[in-house]
Design a protein around this ligand. Sequence first.
Ligand SMILES: *Cc1c(COP(=O)(O)O)cnc(C)c1O
Length: 334
Amino acid sequence: MLQLASYPRIRLGHFPTPLEFMPNLTRHLGGPNLYVKRDDCTGLATGGNKTRKLEFLVADAIAQGADTLITQGAVQSNHARQTIAAAARVGMKCKILLEQRVPNETEDYKQSGNVMLDLLMGGKIVARLPSGTDMQQSMETLATELRNSGSKPYVIPGGGSTPVGALGYVACAQELLAQSFETGIRIDHVVHATGSAGTQAGLVVGLRASNSGIPVYGVSVRAPKQKQEENVWKLVQSTMDYMGLPISSIERADVVANSDYVGDGYGIPTDSMIEAVRLNAELEALLLDPVYSGKGMAGLIDLVRKGHFKKGENVVFIHTGGSVGLFGYRTVFK
Ligand SMILES: *Cc1c(COP(=O)(O)O)cnc(C)c1O
């Protein structure tokens, strides 16, 4: 096991998150046994995967004496919502830059779901910038302004995907292995939606460094396969480096992403996403989201139908959260 207690961490979430069997979806699809790791239940203002990363990121910010968190995301960003929640919990200020990345002009999209919770928790949405803006640069500019006026900002890149943030998913890998041992459920595959790469990088590092032999399959929600794998691979290497682990113990081939389920782009609904969200709601009362876990599950369902997994194998879908985003996409599900 890796000793994660040596990294600064604050408690923000409810852990361990449950590992549950999905009997109805398993029966419906007639393939491998499907399980879900409920990281939608991390507990921080409706939860999600960013909570695990923020436990390490916010601890790092506090260690550096910061008083303000800055981050960015799409308008319906789950990361922005969880960062605002984390800031509220530790008594820091929080400034958010939103990118109008998704062509969706409905009032629901612009005001409901995550945006409503952002405002409710007192997060300051500083600007809504046009699609294609260099968001990292915009955050740096804001940080400089704040520094000049005497504040101490801490900039969290989109999705919190730094080596520090990825530690959250190294921890998740260890948690999952402990649950597998406890319950006697041998895990053959892990599948999840991959975006800014921190979730997948952390899982790959954690599952590989513990010699579990469990492959991780990322379903991309934005970048093409090659680009997504490169982004994850880079973060795998920098996370290993940060943890002082030998990079030679991990291979480029350990990073696998599939971009067949993105559709027309980030945050743009696809028929397979709508089917996946409906099917999981009706069969398992499991609420996915339109941008990430819905497309991730669409990938899993299609792979099961194509016979990618063997019958009798145990496949764990990491539910990375985001269901409040459904309210922003209400008209898509009418
Ligand atoms: C951010 C997010 C992801 C993707 O995780 P990354 O670490 O950015 O790859 C998946 N699902 C949901 C609901 C998210 O908010």
